[in-house]
Write a protein that binds this ligand. Structure first.
Ligand code: DQA
Length: 137
């Protein structure tokens, strides 16, 4: 199986950014751990703070990969373009969030990704990503 995790804006700061909400582990540390645990799965990783680069990556991987795990971060709540890209591609997308966006501000309750995602996993910290990986096995 070939999967990719795509992370959106500010998620490069994981470990440093609001650790009370997002935890103190960096994403690269977490990724190493998870890759060691799921050795027969190929797990690629891409992060960008730029909306168009996220769309490019979805288009690039969205016809050949077996699964996409997407945390579009703040773009989740604003980007019709990323939502349309998720709809346009063939590879199933699992939307993930580290925090429970529904227990936070009202503006985080809307998602342009969810209507076109195969499923949504949120609120389990970095474990949300691992649960998404398991869903593709
Ligand atoms: C997030 C939730 C978003 O509302 C926020 O903008 C993020 C991270 C999460 O993983 O909990 O940057 O996607």
């Amino acid at each position: 199986k070939k999967l990719i995790i795509i992370n959106g804006p500010n998620l490069n700061l994981l470990g440093k950014r609001e650790p009370n909400i997002y935890g103190s582990l960096s994403f690269t540390e977490f990724l190493e751990e998870v890759k060691g645990k799921y050795k027969d799965v190929e797990i690629d990783y891409f992060q960008s703070n730029i909306e168009g680069e996220l769309i490019d990556k979805l288009q690039e991987t969205g016809f050949t990969y077996d699964g996409i795990i997407l945390n579009a971060a703040a773009y989740t709540h604003t980007s019709i373009g990323i939502g349309d890209a998720v709809k346009a591609i063939e590879t199933p997308v699992i939307e993930v969030h580290i925090s429970n966006t529904f227990s936070r501000e009202e503006f985080r309750h809307q998602s342009f990704i969810s209507p076109n995602a195969r499923g949504v996993i949120l609120g389990f910290g970095l474990q949300s990503y691992e649960l998404a990986i398991q869903s593709f096995l």
